[in-house]
Design a protein around this ligand. Sequence first.
Ligand code: NAP
Length: 248
Amino acid sequence: MKILDKKIALITGASRGIGKSIALRFAEEGANIVFTDLKYDENAANLEKELREYGVEAKFYASDASSFTGSEELVKKVLNDFGTIDILVNNAGITRDNLLMRMTEKDWDMVITVNLKSVFNLTKAVQRTMLKARKGAIINMSSVVGVSGNAGQANYSASKAGIIGFTKSIAKELGSRNIRCNAIAPGFIETEMTKKLPQEVREEWAKKIPLRRGGTPYDIANVALFLASDLSSYVTGQVINVCGGMNT
Ligand code: NAP
């Protein structure tokens, strides 16, 4: 039997990048995939097709993870269509980088709302069904900069540090019901998000990585697979750095 056979996994912001890779990896291991993004586009349509090639169910829902009521509605629809949610991956995230001197209130609010409030929204919305089932795995996408900070990313780092506090609290709150909650702290991963960085910044990052390369979304997906599955049945409240040794 496959590791995630017939599990229902909800992954936010998954039309591309790390979320997409997690969706594909989970499908490869037998999970039915529900994934979201702001709008249904070519990426979402292609991913639905690719996922179904693994012989699993796959469905896209347009949903803004930063909206509390939108997240409630999403979970209602998913429960109506699939009956349950076994795995939640809070992956949606954005950057609005700037030095504090130039960071606007809008940049601050936007990053905190999309990256951190979304984790509250979705976790709160799925908790009832997981409590009823007396099982569940929640995986939150933090970042190494949430652990160590980064100049020019005060808003992003604060949102990712907030996710770590939230993850540890929820692990303590829901552990007695067999619901596990863990965070992944990726380092420098090659996606659209990091493509935006200037070449010299990318080179500076590479020098700090003992494994001397940026990570791939697949590197993150494998750790997400471990945390989503029974392979990690005694692991909760943890932050796993997946960063080529950068944060050691
Ligand atoms: P990405 O390529 O920019 O993908 C992010 C996805 O989130 C996009 O599909 C985006 O949709 C979606 N999204 C944005 N706002 C959303 C919202 N309000 N509701 C629903 N979906 C939304 O980023 P990535 O590199 O794969 O990053 C995925 C996660 O890993 C993020 O939380 C990020 O902070 C974290 N992370 C990444 C790195 C890295 O090096 N790449 C490192 C550490 C942590 P649109 O296409 O509509 O914009």
